[in-house]
Design a protein around this ligand. Structure first.
Ligand code: ATP
Ligand code: MG
Length: 326
């Protein structure tokens, strides 16, 4: 039997953060031998809020190199650039007549970003439909498909499932396969360090980047917001800062929170030093592989994957067009 397929997307909007690593990459590392992993670097999604000086293509290369440097294997993980496969935009358009503008305007992320970015442009409004297209190009009826997203994408996965059902009804057949959507329980939402009530996000300014220098990381962790209670335990509601650091610590050690036993008696500063050391050790290895091995060859690796994915996408679109008679 062929391998089940795993799909996910990551925006080409900056470098990868510790949130991306623990919320997504960490999980892929665990399943990459059993799944055919497909990772889309979403430069079109990054364009929803366009930045004039931003070199999107260069960012895509950097992200691909960083993903491989994190330990994703080239044989198992096919990373590609969204804008290189035009079928994403084609399916996006075909799906867009099955959802109303009102529904799109109600999406939480749209409202948040509109407020934060001061724009309610059409791409920002419609990007969850493009996200649905991204997913359905690569799911197949006869395959087991898994899509991992962070908590912030939950509403968009619901929209995608809804859209697929509507589209399938319209077509009179199950042409789009809804995958299993999973949100990691621990690490699904790593929070900011300065403000642990907000998600760590690479387009914000409260994150640890995987390419940050050791002294920067130590400083960021040292300054992370905690509280006045000395003991270290997990209670995200009442103690968001300490709980976030503890989640990071546990995930880096591949442990569940309750398995972490070596922090007893430590105060916040001692804990933070321990955490910085652990993180710096991990990131030093990733950074070495990134600069020496993967960045110089990122373009080459991406080129190798492109044809394979293009072929899958073209086939899917051809089938759909036949069914809807265009
Ligand atoms: P942006 O600010 O550009 O949206 P982002 O940091 O939210 O950046 P995405 O590219 O949107 O990153 O998401 C890539 C993947 O990382 C998604 O699966 C997303 O859910 C996950 N992810 C992003 N931020 C976090 C976080 N703070 N904790 C856990 N997972 C996260
Ligand atoms: Mg995001």
């Amino acid at each position: 039997m062929s391998k089940p397929r795993f799909f996910t997307g990551i925006q080409a909007s900056g470098t990868l953060t510790l949130g991306n690593y623990l919320g997504l990459i960490h999980h892929i590392l665990k399943i990459q031998d059993e799944y055919e992993v497909i990772i889309m670097i979403a430069d079109l999604h990054a364009l929803t809020i366009p930045k004039k000086e931003f070199n999107y293509r260069q960012k895509c290369y950097e992200m691909a190199a960083l993903l491989y440097a994190c330990g994703l294997k080239k044989e198992n993980c096919k990373i590609f650039i969204q804008s290189e496969i035009k079928e994403h935009l084609e399916l996006f358009y075909l799906l867009s007549s099955h959802v109303t503008v009102g529904k799109m305007g109600d999406m939480i992320q749209f409202k948040d970003k509109m407020e934060k970015e001061g724009t309610g442009n059409l791409a920002l409004l419609s990007y969850p439909v493009l996200m649905a297209a991204d997913i359905f190009l690569y799911t197949e009826q006869e395959k087991v498909d898994l899509v991992i997203v962070g908590q912030d994408q939950k509403q968009h996965t619901e929209l995608a499932s809804n859209l697929a059902n509507k589209f399938n009804n319209f077509c009179g057949q199950k042409i789009l396969k809804i995958p299993t959507f999973e949100i990691p329980k621990l690490g699904g939402k790593i929070m900011g360090l300065k403000d642990p009530t907000k998600k760590m996000s690479k387009s914000g300014n409260d994150y640890i980047g995987l390419l940050d220098k050791p002294e920067e990381i130590t400083k960021k962790i040292k300054r992370a917001k905690t509280d006045s209670e000395k003991k270290i335990y997990h209670d995200p509601e009442k103690r968001p800062g300490v709980s976030n650091l503890l989640t990071i610590y546990a995930l880096l050690r591949n442990q569940k929170i309750e398995e972490v036993k070596d922090l007893e008696g430590l105060d916040h500063n001692q804990f933070k030093t321990k955490l910085s050391n652990l993180l710096n050790k991990k990131l030093a290895l990733i950074q070495k592989d990134y600069y020496n091995t993967y960045l110089p060859k990122a373009n080459e690796f991406l080129e190798k994957n492109k044809d394979y994915l293009k072929n899958l996408a073209e086939k899917k679109i051809a089938t759909i067009k036949k069914v809807i008679k265009i």
